[in-house]
Design a protein around this ligand. Structure first.
Ligand code: VG1
Ligand code: CO
Length: 543
């Protein structure tokens, strides 16, 4: 094997964000761009010689090309084996499972997740460690530091391997195993959920619709919902992964999955609808004429998880990201288990899951998951919902009403202001941060501010500190505003404003969220001058 050392020049923009490095495809197409980042990853790791690397992606434009690059570089850098999904496909949760199941050293997931794909859209690379989860900040910081000083990378000259041919291939002496991307994952799901009960529910005429958004979950959903659970053909829509996701934005929210939403709002529509994102780690849940916010979904799943075989013995704890609503906190309190509040991004849940402190985790951005892998998992969330529906034999709307009657309701919305000038977004955040010390006591349309801070997290397992994770402005009775800038965008900056108001059990549980939150939205404008800084009258997306 003749390893080539290629001279290269460092790029100054390879800092991983909330979930890996995400850039426009054209940025990744610059000579050596992907190679520099992959080598920076390898240079930040120790002790992988002869070990196994897992590689797969969500099938977006550039996926296959970068996989061939990774295979050559993995061989040149001394990995002993690479496991890759057929066609270059592995959903993010499936990649996490494969890393764990085969005891791999780590994995590279090629995805920009919910961002659009295609020659003019986005691509991404994320490194996951041996527990199957996203690399923690200590590792992503090291990767970034390396990317700034890199001068050479290692590769070799070999022909492309056939990614569509299942079996063992050879890249200059390194074994490449092309595996079925679905089988291991589907088998894991069968160990967690009562497939017979879900099959029986579907046999009663209960109808479901799953929108794979022309992204990675198509093959997984078709195998699990249609083949293994017996849902009729056509249950999965947009089930073929396309390099450009059919020109759609594979983000399962009410804007980009509007077609699914519209069908679920019909009285004669399906009983249950769901969608997932580009790489299969997010979930959107909609019951017949009842949308479920991701924060509520986390709370309902936690409260009912014991109905599924995989969670019958109860939960050790619940973890949620800071901007996620406090609905899950009330469930944790009722169950007498701890609730952990982490910064945004799945990487912060890994230590809690590894230590057995939390069993179920979730984010307001439509991410829910559990200790079965170390990523959020869209199809897992759908299956847990279906298992609960099969056990309770009630509608989604009835389950939600019952949940709110018991725990109260956390009215919630997120307003995103996308693609604003980076300096304007930074100025808005800087002004808010400067005002933190004097905000308490300020009168607003939502009442007086009680407290304000910039969220800082200390990991209870290793003591690592992550500061400046979002500005929180707290009002009476659990109402709050959270401001932070997105770490996954590829164009300018995105401001996220999270708005929450708690209504206790026995209170006004049937309001429209927009009405319930109107005073807080006005308070946000008063305190942060969003219009002035962003130059926008309205958010680009409300979820
Ligand atoms: C967003 C979400 C965050 C999620 C992240 C990755 O990050 O807010 O909750 O973990 O995307 O999800 P940000 O920094 O843009 O707010 V995915 O499905 O894009 O990997
Ligand atoms: Co995703």
């Amino acid at each position: 094997m003749l390893v080539q050392i290629v001279e290269t020049v460092a790029f100054d923009d390879q800092k991983p964000g909330t979930s890996g490095l995400r850039k426009k495809v054209r940025v990744f197409q610059q000579p050596n761009y992907a190679e520099n980042f992959v080598q920076s990853v390898f240079d930040s790791l120790e002790g992988y010689a002869g070990d196994t690397l897992v590689v797969g992606g969500d099938g977006r434009f550039l996926n296959r090309e970068v996989i061939q690059v990774v295979l050559r570089m993995a061989a040149a850098n001394g990995f002993g084996r690479v496991i890759v999904g057929q066609g270059g496909i592995l959903s993010t949760p499936a990649a996490s499972h494969v890393i764990r199941k085969y005891g791999a050293f780590g994995g590279l997931v090629l995805s920009a997740s919910h961002n659009p794909g295609g020659p003019d859209e986005d691509f991404g690379i994320k490194y996951n460690i041996g527990n199957g989860g996203p690399a923690p900040e200590s590792v992503t910081d090291a990767i970034h530091a390396r990317s700034l000083t890199i001068t050479r990378y290692k590769t070799l000259e070999t022909p492309d391997i056939d990614l569509d041919a299942i079996g063992t291939h050879d890249v200059a002496g390194m074994a490449v195993e092309v595996i079925d991307p679905v089988a291991d994952y589907a088998e894991l799901m069968e160990t967690l959920f009562d497939f017979a009960a879900i099959r029986a529910l579907l046999g009663t005429g209960f109808t479901i619709s799953f929108d794979a958004m022309s992204a990675v979950t198509g093959p997984y959903a078709t195998e699990i919902f249609e083949r293994r659970l017996g849902a009729p053909a056509g249950t999965v829509v947009n089930g073929t992964p396309l390099p450009d996701f059919g020109h759609h934005h594979p983000d399962p929210n009410l804007v980009h999955a509007k077609d699914l939403y519209d069908r679920l709002m019909q009285a004669d529509g399906p009983d249950f609808g769901a969608a997932s994102d580009g790489d299969g780690d997010r979930n959107l849940i909609i019951g017949k004429q009842r949308y479920v916010t991701p924060s509520d979904s986390l709370a309902v799943l936690a409260a009912n998880a014991h109905l599924a075989p995989g969670y019958a013995s109860g939960l050790a704890g619940i973890a949620r990201s800071m901007p996620t609503s406090g609905a899950a906190d009330r469930v944790a309190a009722a169950l007498g288990i701890p609730l952990y509040e982490t910064p945004t991004g799945w990487k912060f849940f890994g230590n809690l899951l590894d230590a057995g402190l939390a069993t179920i985790c979730g984010e307001e951005s439509a991410g829910t998951g559990s200790s079965h892998v170390r990523e959020k998992d869209g199809i897992w969330a759908v299956l847990l919902w279906l298992n609960i529906l099969a056990a309770r034999r009630e509608s989604v709307a009835a389950i939600m009403a019952d949940h709110w009657a018991r725990y109260g309701r956390n009215y919630y919305a997120r307003h995103d202001y996308e693609a604003i000038a980076t300096d304007r977004a930074n100025a808005l955040m800087a002004k808010l941060r400067d005002s933190l010390a004097t905000l308490a006591g300020t009168e607003t349309p939502a009442g007086a501010v009680q407290a304000a801070d910039d969220f800082s997290y200390t990991d209870p397992t290793d003591g690592s500190v992550s500061a400046k994770q979002g500005v929180r402005i707290l009002f009476a009775e659990g109402s709050r505003l959270v401001f932070r800038l997105s770490g996954t965008g590829t164009q300018g900056a995105t401001l996220r404003l999270y708005i929450e108001r708690y209504e206790p059990a026995g209170g006004d549980l049937g309001l429209e969220p927009g009405d319930a939150l109107a005073p807080l939205i006005a308070a946000a404008e008063q305190l942060a001058s969003i219009r002035e800084f962003t130059g926008m009258d309205e958010p680009s997306v409300i979820t």
